[in-house]
Design a protein around this ligand. Structure first.
Ligand SMILES: Nc1ncnc2c1ncn2[C@@H]1O[C@H](COP(=O)(O)OP(=O)(O)O)[C@@H](O)[C@H]1O
Ligand SMILES: [Mg+2]
Length: 419
């Protein structure tokens, strides 16, 4: 009996020892696991402080890369209920705004006669400028898409658009600066045509769509008519006209295939306006000077460029750059799209790193009257700056009609507004 009792007490002592040993082992494993876990965690996740300074900033920057979606109310507050109008064009009114973090913006509120038109314009801007980054393109911060409000939010350009300096305050910018603006603009367009994953054709290059930052660096803006196209599909077929009268390439007014070379033409027309610091069409001048591009061609053709540059108020020191700009402009506005250079070549020609062959007469077809019957309506002008294809075609506004012998002869359409 006692031997049975002693066997029972030693068995329970063994059980207790086993239990204690197990607890100790489990506790050690637990501690070991915690230590290891802490070390592993330390090796992959940074201190909270480190996270704030670098990763956090990186993530915020990355988020900022995408256009942000704003609410109607946010924009209303930022713009002080749309109280500061910066400008307006064919498709919208642009207001100055400031967000609570101090960022100053320009808010373009889209308006138009049809929802389809606003939607096309909205999609054109967001899908093109919303996905590009270049020093010479205006930056789209975001957009608002609500039932009664379609708006686009851009970085604010303190010096407004180039037309102001060419046609209104035409002595503020020196000729050298104007040349820099021309080169920067050409770089922006060259990026759109040649460097984006999908080629972007702007369709509405003109002084009102070139914005200037605080240092007068140019930024191409207003992508309301822009189109993305595959580089392989070199031609786009369009039904109506596109662009702005006076700046649009001839093929845009005819049932001909369209390429990115229509932007090269409009850039050439813009260059003439930079050289002359005047609108290309000025009906207040004697007939021989009414349409500046033809006057430039005649001076170039007869070796009288110096007289022209003097008449334009260009100083002797800028004469060489001005003559280069004249040749580039005449090359860009060649009648046949394939005779116009690529924009990257235009950049090099303007910079002086590429020789410019003497251009042929770009206006021969007009002088010969070959296209007297082409489908541009000569007795028409337009209520707004830009005319897009398809649904929205050429609105008339008889008050703006202004044709003269020279504009009729060369079938020049006047741009009646400022956008
Ligand atoms: N980001 C901006 N900063 C400052 N002014 C601007 C800005 N965007 C547009 N504007 C002004 O508003 C005008 C019209 O803008 P734009 O984008 O060309 O619109 P629209 O499609 O109506 O022509 C410009 O010519 C310019 O004067
Ligand atoms: Mg515009």
């Amino acid at each position: 009996m006692s031997s049975v009792e002693s066997t029972g007490s030693s068995g329970s002592a063994g059980a207790i020892f086993f239990l204690v040993s197990m607890v100790v082992i489990v506790a050690k494993i637990g501690i070991f696991y915690c230590v290891c876990r802490k070390r592993i965690c330390q090796s992959v996740s940074p201190e909270p402080q480190f996270m704030t300074l670098t990763m956090d900033k990186f993530l915020t920057d990355m988020e900022r890369e995408k256009p942000i979606r704003f609410s109607d109310q946010q924009l209303r507050i930022a713009t002080g209920n749309y109280s500061n109008l910066l400008g307006s064009g064919g498709f919208g009114a642009v207001y100055k705004g400031i967000f609570s973090n101090g960022t100053i913006v320009a808010v373009k509120v889209l308006y138009g006669s049809s929802d389809k038109r606003i939607e096309d314009q909205f999609k054109a801007e967001v899908s093109t400028i919303g996905r590009t980054r270049h020093f010479n393109l205006v930056r789209l911060y975001g957009f608002c898409f609500e039932r009664n409000m379609r708006a686009l939010v851009y970085e604010y350009m303190v010096n407004g658009s180039l037309d102001r300096y060419l046609f209104h305050q035409n002595n503020t910018l020196g000729f050298e600066k104007l040349h820099e603006i021309a080169v920067g603009t050409a770089r922006g367009i060259s990026y759109l045509h040649e460097e984006c994953q999908q080629r972007i054709i702007h369709y509405d290059i003109k002084p009102g769509n070139i914005l200037l930052d605080k240092n007068f660096n140019p930024k191409v803006a207003d992508f309301g008519l822009a189109k993305l196209c595959n580089r392989e599909n070199t031609h786009i077929t369009m039904t109506g006209g596109r662009g702005t009268p006076g700046y649009a390439a001839p093929e845009l007014w005819m049932p001909f295939p369209i390429t990115h070379k229509c932007d090269v033409y409009s850039f050439g027309i813009l260059l003439f306006e930079i050289i002359g610091r005047r609108k290309n069409v000025d009906v207040s001048l004697p007939e021989s000077q009414e349409w500046f591009p033809i006057l430039v061609w005649k001076r170039f053709d007869t070796g009288q460029l110096e007289e022209l540059t003097i008449a334009c108020g260009i100083e002797e020191k800028d004469k060489e750059i001005a003559e280069r700009m004249v040749k580039v402009a005449l090359t860009c506005v060649q009648y046949r799209p394939e005779s116009r250079p690529m924009m990257s070549v235009v950049v090099k020609m303007l910079e002086g790193s590429l020789e410019i062959p003497d251009p042929l007469n770009p206006f021969q077809h007009l002088m010969d009257g070959i296209f007297a019957a082409h489908p541009v309506p000569t007795s028409q002008s337009y209520t707004n700056t830009s005319i897009s294809s398809g649904s929205c075609v050429m609105a008339t506004d008889s008050s703006a009609v202004c044709t003269t012998p020279i504009t009729r002869r060369y079938e020049i359409e006047l741009d009646s507004s400022n956008g």
